[in-house]
Write a protein that binds this ligand. Structure first.
Ligand SMILES: Cc1ncc(COP(=O)(O)O)c(C=O)c1O
Length: 454
């Protein structure tokens, strides 16, 4: 258990109810919201754990809490058209109780100066990797950061000269382009291909694009937004191709815990080829696992001390005291909550797959292996409503951005446009599925109503 300044979390919890959050409740209740967001608010008390089960069904109302998923989109739709925030990758579930308890314990001590040590956090990171990811690392390999972004940007700056390039198998997380811009380098997309209903790398295209100015390759595992969980042989092949051409592998594994039933995650640094592993750095966190993105805590590591040192020279991050407290609590006591959340999200994926197949015949579905995103193909609807021409006429950023607005106006559902994820994103929209089943069901019904009427 986490101990802060002699405060005891258990004693605190015995004496205090969760009404500590009541101050925020007025804002939450007053905010405009979709009907599915009329659930529990921050002030409600309810059983968090009954018969060993956490409650993910009851909607936890995030509207008005200044969260980007639900509170950012309405600014673009001022007439109330927005109802469902199914974009940005954060969960709608209330976080694991052990995290709130640890934070409540720490805030009993009212001093917020610089913290002293992060050793406990490093040790928990190493244990988590060993226990759950079959990944043997040690604390001296790990650099703590306040996000995947700062670590990746530092790595790009350290391995890629200005004018050089990073190669990205796409569709891939839109943030990689933002990171490259911040590092003042260019990107090259290698569009993945679909084989037997699964996205896979286009090996010939990748090879052709590994030109001398390409100095790094991003591996996103699990792949956001396509949901691939890459197999060992795929990672080895990629790693060997990169090594032969002196291209460094930057492996983003932030979604590593969100793996669907029957799938197996392979950490790049656990591959059975030491030279390949030593040519890589991994960037990750438990911020997706426990919905802790706002707590600004992540890390990167490498089994090559030289590589690690090179990136460290360009990296500077400070962690926050509460972020460290929250992360340690999650590592130490959150596993049961996460396993239940992951099983719930797995069922959400299945629900969506069945729903699309039964009720949205014009929409293309790709089966997810991991992540809590799903990448739906709306090409037919986009063509049917003449979105391409309309987008040009309205000077929209792209056809898919026009379609994003169309979907909000016609169903209230806000999705992320596929083009933001690079080549291969045309006609696709990314949907976040980490919500109560009630919200997911309403969203699917609303979208089906919109696409089936065209
Ligand atoms: C694949 C991937 N990498 C990185 C990030 C951002 O990480 P961070 O918030 O730690 O910078 C995200 C967020 O959605 C992501 O999906």
């Amino acid at each position: 258990m986490t101990k802060n300044a002699g405060l005891n979390r258990r004693t605190f919890m015995k004496n205090a109810s969760f009404t500590a959050l009541a101050g925020a409740a007025g804002t939450l209740a007053a905010a405009p919201q979709a009907s599915a967001q009329e659930g529990r608010s921050a002030s409600d008390s309810y059983p968090r754990l009954a018969n060993g089960k956490y409650d993910f069904d009851t909607v936890y109302n995030r509207v008005g809490s200044n969260c980007s998923r639900w509170d950012s989109p309405p600014r673009s739709y001022p007439n109330g058209e927005f109802k469902y925030g199914m974009g940005v990758a954060s969960m709608d579930f209330e976080c694991a109780p052990c995290i709130t308890e640890a934070l409540q314990d720490r805030i009993k001590h009212h001093s917020w100066g610089y913290m002293s040590s992060t050793n406990e956090l490093r040790e928990e990171i190493v244990k988590w990797n060993g226990n759950y990811l079959n990944n043997d690392i040690s604390t001296d390999m790990v650099t703590l950061s306040d996000g995947v972004y700062p670590g990746m940007i530092a790595a790009m700056r350290s391995f890629i000269p200005v004018g050089g390039k990073v190669l990205i198998p796409t569709p891939a997380y839109s943030g990689f382009y933002t990171m490259a811009r911040a590092a003042n380098i260019d990107t090259v997309d290698s569009e993945m291909v679909k084989k037997d209903g699964r996205y896979t790398f286009d090996w010939d295209d990748l090879e052709a694009k590994m030109t001398p100015d390409v100095r790094a390759l991003i591996v996103c595992n699990p792949q956001n937004p396509t949901g691939n969980v890459w197999h060992e042989d795929e990672l080895l092949r990629l790693g060997r191709m990169a090594l032969e051409r002196d291209i460094v592998v930057l492996s983003d594994e932030i979604h590593c815990d969100v793996i669907r039933n029957g799938q197996k995650f392979t950490a790049f640094s656990s591959l059975p080829d030491q030279a390949v592993v030593n040519n890589s750095l991994t960037f990750t966190a438990i911020s997706k696992t426990f919905n802790l993105a706002g707590m600004k805590n992540a890390y990167y590591y490498s089994k090559s001390p030289t590589m690690l040192q090179r990136v460290n020279q360009y990296h500077r991050a400070e962690l926050s005291t509460l972020g460290v407290v929250a992360n340690i609590a999650a590592y130490q006591e959150g596993r049961d909550w996460f396993e239940q959340a992951n099983a719930y999200m797995d069922d959400n994926h299945t629900f969506i797959e069945n729903y699309v197949k039964q009720h949205m015949p014009t929409v293309g579905y790709t089966r997810n292996e991991g992540t809590y995103m799903t990448f739906l193909d709306f090409s037919k609807t986009i063509a049917a409503i003449g979105a391409e021409e309309a987008a040009k006429e309205k000077e929209a950023r792209s056809t898919e951005h026009y379609f994003r607005d169309w979907m909000v106006y016609n169903s209230g559902v806000y999705l992320n446009p596929g083009v933001d994820y690079g080549k291969g994103g045309q006609g696709r929209m990314r949907m976040n599925i980490a919500s109560s089943r009630k919200v997911i069901a309403e969203v699917m019904e609303a979208m089906a109503g919109a696409v089936n009427k065209v």
